[in-house]
Design a protein. Structure first.
Length: 169
């Protein structure tokens, strides 16, 4: 199964932090929905999923297999809980998916990367600068990827661009 990591970043490389005062760029959210619908699923951490629900964006994702990956989450209606990246992927594979979309957050992204479970990365870059926020941090001693290859670069509108990379192993 191909695993695609999707992340919205700021122009200075931080994870784009959204809030009611600073909602996600519509072009970035539209790209996420497009990617999730193409895969038929997405995997997400508990806090990121709760933020998605609070922002009212879940209706665009009806009919998708949603897997919340969390060691401590309690049952959540309409989603499957997985305790590890491997468990999440095994569930989606059993459901017949050929690709899995990995969305936020940073800890979850790093868990998949460190386990060597990411085949492609999609970065959607928003035209903003943020002084605080999370970075994609990789433990250099555990991380084994060597190269990424740019597959595509395209504008999404509103100054938002999408970069798509294949991950070398």
């Amino acid at each position: 199964m191909k695993t695609i990591l999707w992340a919205a970043l700021t122009a200075n490389g931080n994870y784009a932090q959204s809030s009611p005062e600073n909602p996600p760029k519509p072009e970035a959210f539209a790209d996420f929905v497009t990617q999730a619908q193409a895969a038929g699923n997405f995997m997400v951490g508990r806090r990121t999923f709760e933020a998605l629900l609070a922002g009212g964006g879940e209706s665009a994702l009806d009919g998708l297999d949603i897997v919340v990956v969390s060691k401590g989450a309690q049952a959540m209606p309409g989603v499957t809980l997985a305790r590890s990246p491997q468990e999440a992927l095994a569930f989606l594979e059993r459901r017949g998916h050929r690709a899995a979309l990995l969305s936020g957050g940073a800890d979850l992204h790093n868990a998949f990367l460190e386990a060597g479970l990411v085949d492609e990365i999609i970065f959607v870059i928003a035209p903003v600068l943020e002084g605080k926020g999370l970075n994609l941090l990789i433990d250099q001693e555990k991380y084994t990827y060597k190269n990424v290859e740019l597959l595509d670069c395209k504008p999404l509108g509103g100054g938002v661009i999408q970069l798509r990379y294949a991950v070398g192993r």
